[in-house]
Unconditional design. Structure first.
Length: 248
């Protein structure tokens, strides 16, 4: 299996604080890779560096033989990297349809893409996530679950190869969380995605991911199958606790 993204010796500091400390790992094409760690471990910083919202102080990030270490977020999007956010970031004054049209037009370079064609594509993604009936509703008037689905539709509309999912379960009730997880699994299958999934609900990643990596104090402490990682002594001590399965 080929590697779609390679992170090599990446470090990111904020003043005297090292948030990401010489981290290296690879994401394999077509896999779902889980990313775990306690609050403050460096997960968000790592994702922000990978997606271009922060620039690494040292190290290299390569996506399918292209060095993206210093590329802007929009440049990474045009190469096929998309993300969602733990706290949705909608265009509050745009309708759901217009929000996704923006993603269609800006996600990658398109030659003579008409507004009508973009609207047609956007409609397809809204239908996929179950928001077609809300297409003319302003984003500010959507429920939190619907905003999560709008985030996913916008990400998919950029036609990514690699999709970062940031804690999709956060803020959802159990029924909504189940639907959201099912939607991501379906999206991966239907659109042929590679998924890098940050999640605190371990039971989800144990079920959905082929591999999990764990970070602590900015350093990688585990990389393996779900079974290997959840039974790793350092992961149990630092993050899961011995009785985590009783609450999963």
């Amino acid at each position: 299996m080929a590697d779609i993204l390679t992170v090599t010796n990446v470090t990111k500091k904020f003043g005297g604080l090292t948030a990401v400390d010489n981290v290296s790992f690879k994401i394999r094409e077509g896999e779902t890779l889980g990313f775990i760690g306690p609050n403050g471990a460096g997960k968000s910083t790592m994702v922000n560096v990978m997606s271009g919202y922060l620039t690494a102080d040292s190290g290299k990030i390569v996506m399918q033989d292209i060095d993206i270490t210093r590329k802007k977020p929009y440049e990474r999007a045009r190469l096929g990297l998309a993300r969602t956010y733990q706290i949705p970031r909608p265009f509050l004054e745009l309708t759901a349809l217009m929000s996704v049209i923006v993603a269609v037009l800006c996600g990658k370079k398109r030659v003579n893409q008409s507004f009508e064609d973009a609207a047609g594509e956007a409609t397809h993604y809204l239908e996929f996530v179950g928001l077609f009936s809300k297409r003319n509703i302003l984003a500010r008037d959507l429920t939190f679950y619907e905003l999560r689905m709008l985030e996913l539709a916008r990400a998919l509309a950029t036609t990514p190869k690699l999709l970062f999912i940031d804690e999709v379960m956060a803020g959802l009730n159990p029924g909504e969380a189940t639907k959201a997880v099912d939607m991501i699994v379906r999206a991966k299958e239907q659109f042929g995605l590679t998924v890098f999934w940050i999640e605190h609900v371990m039971a989800v990643l144990v079920e959905a991911a082929e591999r999990i990596i764990a970070i602590l104090y900015g350093q990688l402490i585990a990389d393996g199958t779900p079974d290997e990682v959840v039974n790793n002594d350092r992961v149990i001590e630092a993050y899961l606790g011995k009785g985590w399965r009783d609450y999963a």
